[in-house]
Design a protein around this ligand. Structure first.
Ligand SMILES: [Ca+2]
Length: 140
């Protein structure tokens, strides 16, 4: 709820939005977006962070980040994922390379747990109860 309110106020701020992103930044947010994850630069949720937003993970097509948010390619080491979506992390852009599907939870060191230290380049969001394999969302 707080995130929705914050985004609304940021959107109203218009041109000043870019100045406010910083360490608590948003990425590709829309007015109906909910926060689905926070990315962190270092292990144990330290260093700079950025949130990922999606309108929903309950419909098709589910949203994707074809590339990491600006400045975040090959940088993420820990991650928190909230209950709204499962997230597939991908080694390369456009959902290519190695991948791993992560359910909601706290991942303190993606290098140790999944071999993904400073290597994530794109994301897919999946409905939490969907049993499909990681990868691209179904087309239209
Ligand atoms: Ca990469």
């Amino acid at each position: 709820m707080f995130q929705r309110i914050r985004w609304a106020s940021l959107a109203a701020a218009g041109a000043s939005l870019a100045l406010l992103l910083g360490t608590a930044g948003t990425a590709d947010a829309s007015p109906n977006a909910v926060r689905v994850a926070v990315l962190y630069e270092h292990h144990n949720f330290e260093g700079e962070s950025v949130a990922l937003y999606a309108d929903t993970c309950r419909g098709n097509p589910v949203p994707q980040y074809q590339n990491a948010p600006e400045g975040w390619n090959d940088r993420v080491t820990s991650m928190q994922i909230f209950v709204s979506c499962d997230i597939v992390i991908h080694e390369h852009g456009f959902q290519s390379g190695r991948s791993a599907r992560l359910k909601s939870g706290s991942y303190a060191n993606l290098g140790n747990s999944h071999g993904f230290n400073d290597t994530i380049s794109s994301f897919s969001f999946l409905r939490p109860w969907a049993g499909v394999a990681p990868g691209r969302a179904p087309a239209g």
